[in-house]
Design a protein around this ligand. Structure first.
Ligand code: FES
Length: 96
């Protein structure tokens, strides 16, 4: 591997292996993978993904390893994470 190349690992996004580079956030990795929206608004069903990119707007919510409402723009991507698109209006699953 040359100095310019970086190792790539993956996390699962809605069950699909998604690559990331060391230091990327989940949001950055999703955008790099061509995924620009991963939830919809409660009213109107408008698509949402990264907007502010700094943890302010809460548009980028995902579920990470079973923990709901995590901001994808702040959570570092880690190998083996189970990341799910989130519908904040959806009722919590029993036992969640
Ligand atoms: S993009 Fe605004 S909080 Fe994540």
């Amino acid at each position: 591997m040359s100095g310019a190349e970086k190792a790539t690992s993956t996390f699962d996004f809605d069950g699909e292996p998604t690559p990331f580079q060391p230091g990327q956030t989940l949001g950055g990795a999703l955008m790099a993978a061509g995924i620009s929206s991963w939830r919809t608004t409660r009213t109107g069903g408008e698509p949402r993904g990264l907007f502010c990119g700094i943890g302010v707007c809460f548009d980028c919510l995902v579920t990470v390893d079973g923990v709901r409402t995590q901001r994808a723009c702040l959570v570092p991507a880690c190998a083996g994470q189970d990341v799910r698109s989130t519908d904040p209006a959806a009722p919590l699953e029993e036992g969640a």
